[in-house]
Design a protein around this ligand. Sequence first.
Ligand code: GRF
Length: 194
Amino acid sequence: MSVPRFRIVVLASGRGSNLAALIRAINDGIVPADIVGVFSDKPAAGALAIAEAAGIPAHAVAPKSFADRTTFDDALFAAVEKMAPDLIVLAGFMRILSSSVVARHAGRMINIHPSLLPKYPGLDTHQRAIDAGDTEHGASVHWVIPELDAGSVIDQVRLGVLPDDTASTLAARLLPLEHELLVRVVARLARSSH
Ligand code: GRF
């Protein structure tokens, strides 16, 4: 009897390079899973175009069409839940989710964050690491809980901060390591689901 494939939904607000890395890893047989839907709060997000090009159902849900955050989150997650995901991956999804939605998906939703959590939750992580004089920076994949970037860390990658690094050089060197990290974590979760 064939084992049903692990079903992933990705939420992304931006260019979608982490999504692209996941799609590549699935196509290469590294991640035994299917991405069954991609959702964005930004209709122009590169992530939606990447999903469409890969033949993955892609949906924009624009917050301005909703009265408030809770109504938006409920509509977005009603659509997400229709895809019956085993795992929801926040890959550059730039909105804070209401706690009721997060609670409903406890243990099934992960986020990739560009810092060595618990250092630097929130924005501008690369600049904050440089400003603090850190010699090491990195990225984390963690379980999503209602508090921002605060759920338990599943895995991290590290890289050295160079003396002449700027936020953008550091971000550029970190990005391919983030992709490896996300692929590695999702592969592990997909494999351990059976
Ligand atoms: C990544 O740096 C990720 O860590 C952060 O947002 C960025 C998303 O990049 N949460 P992309 O849209 O996957 O290219």
